[in-house]
Design a protein around this ligand. Structure first.
Ligand code: GAP
Length: 458
């Protein structure tokens, strides 16, 4: 019998014990809301990034990758509006002095069914008052009014910590895509519509980080900006909603745990915005966003940099200020969703429970593990390992009973285990065990690479 029985605590514990994710600065007692990916987690994360890049850059015509600097000219953040108006609605508890985001308090209270992004600050204050929402830390109801808090981290460039030297750690990667619009268009000889994509770190001094990888202060984003003519923008916006959904599904998230959520409250420049939400153990929450940003980004950078962002149509000579459609998803958040989705507790025929991570094989940290049945088979097993390790991330395990070794691989989601036994010495065949069905078949060693390659494709 298989049951998911997934909770955030189980995921956090499994991640720590199996080398997916450790608390940041662990030996110093941690550093709140920072996490370090371990040997297994870094593979999972890298595979998710590779799958995204393959789908949205490699297989997408007219899409070009960049890797822009984290530190940018501070004027970028004036142009983007972050200096003046990027901010979360914060409330302080007057009793225990803890700080919270008003919208998160409402979301948590409503278990994901109340959407605060269509409320004004005043409406949020009234909602909190009427619903008697108390401080999650001390239980009192002694809130300050809502105030804006700018979550950009600052540091300083140069040797003096003067105001003039202040620079920001980017709170989103997309500005690196906007400021390179002309460079990419020229060097790639790109024609509208075309997209710029990148994967990189962002930083936000979040008021209420938490829920493991869900909301952290340092995180990676996979962002894509499609530059287009306004008349094509609605069709492109809708197509990215669909592409984002299909990617989430293909990476392994079940469709009954995904839903679209169109924003009611939009930024003043935006024509439309839609999240895809995932049903995490903490409830329905945003997984990614697709945003119709109009010409805001190009017009603001044109104004603040003094450089024309106009695109000249090569056929009509028409000059166009591009409209932008954005698709943005957090790597950590998607990793968390795949961990929650993959987790299962299965009761075996002998009454034991196995925890198994049913990752899509394409993103599984290790694709295959080589397990010699006994120590004196290790020479042959190492030969098999060396052959497979040239093609895939491959684990090798000699310690403990074969049953225990299978359990360890199940817990890190390895789709295949290859067992080297005494017949291997006779006829160069091995058994290969499937993680999900636990069925085993016998294969010649010479066919292993082709067999596994076929099953781990994205
Ligand atoms: N450029 C647009 C932008 O950054 P966003 O909705 O603020 O939009 C996009 O963020 C995505 O980045 C989110 O859907 C989420 O997946 C991820 N994300 C945002 N803040 C995060 C945080 N503090 N921790 C982890 N992931 C985060």
């Amino acid at each position: 019998m298989a049951e998911k029985n997934v909770t955030m605590d189980k995921i956090v514990n499994l991640c720590k014990s199996r080398g997916f994710v450790f608390p940041g600065s662990d030996i110093y007692g941690g550093f709140a809301n920072t996490w370090d990916f371990g040997p297994v987690g870094v593979e999972l994360e890298n595979n998710i990034k590779k799958a995204w890049w393959k789908r949205f850059v490699q297989e997408s015509p007219n899409t070009y990758g960049v890797d822009a600097s984290i530190l940018m000219n501070p004027r970028v953040w004036e142009a983007s509006g972050h200096v003046a108006s990027f901010g979360d609605p914060k409330m302080d508890c007057k009793s225990c002095k803890q700080r919270f985001r008003a919208d998160t308090l409402i979301e948590t209270y409503g278990k994901g069914d109340v959407i605060p992004d269509c409320m004004t600050n005043e409406e949020m204050e009234v909602y909190i008052e009427e619903n008697n929402i108390r401080c999650p830390h001390c239980g009192n109801k002694t809130w300050t009014n809502i105030r804006k808090f700018n979550p950009m981290f600052t540091t300083s460039r140069g040797t003096l910590e003067a105001e003039a030297d202040k620079v920001y750690l980017r709170p989103e990667t997309c500005q690196g895509e906007y400021v390179n619009f002309l460079n990419v268009q020229r060097t790639a000889r790109a024609k509208l519509p075309f997209a710029i994509a990148q994967i990189g770190k962002s930083f936000r001094n979040e008021i209420t980080p938490g829920n493991f990888l869900f909301r952290t202060i340092e995180f990676e984003q996979m962002e894509l900006q499609m530059f287009c003519k306004d008349e094509d923008s609605v069709q492109i916006y809708n197509s990215y909603k669909e592409k984002a959904w299909n990617f989430a599904k293909d990476i392994g998230l079940s469709e009954d745990k995904l839903r679209f959520h169109d924003h009611d409250k939009l930024a003043h420049y935006a024509k439309a915005a839609c999240d895809i939400q995932y049903n995490f153990p903490i409830g329905w929450q945003e997984l990614n966003g697709v945003h119709h940003r109009g010409t805001w980004d190009c017009s603001r950078h044109q104004e603040y940099s003094g450089k024309s962002m106009l695109y000249t149509d090569p056929v009509t000579n028409e000059k166009v200020l591009p409209t932008v459609i954005e698709y943005s998803i957090g790597v950590g958040r998607l990793t968390l969703a795949t961990l929650c989705e993959a987790y299962e507790e299965e009761t075996l025929e002998n009454g034991e429970t196995r925890v198994v991570m049913h990752f899509n094989p394409a993103i599984a940290p290790y694709k295959v593990a080589v397990l010699p049945l006994q120590k004196n088979l290790s020479e042959k097993a190492e030969e098999v390992y060396a052959k497979l390790a040239k093609e895939f991330m491959c684990d090798y395990d000699l310690a403990g009973s074969i049953g225990k070794r299978y359990r360890r691989q199940d817990e890190i989601g390895t789709p295949f285990c290859v067992t080297v036994d005494f017949d291997t010495l006779e006829n160069d065949t091995v058994t290969i065990r499937d993680r999900d069905s636990m069925e085993q078949i016998r294969l010649p060693i010479s066919k292993l690479v082709a067999y596994i390659s076929e099953k781990v494709k994205f």
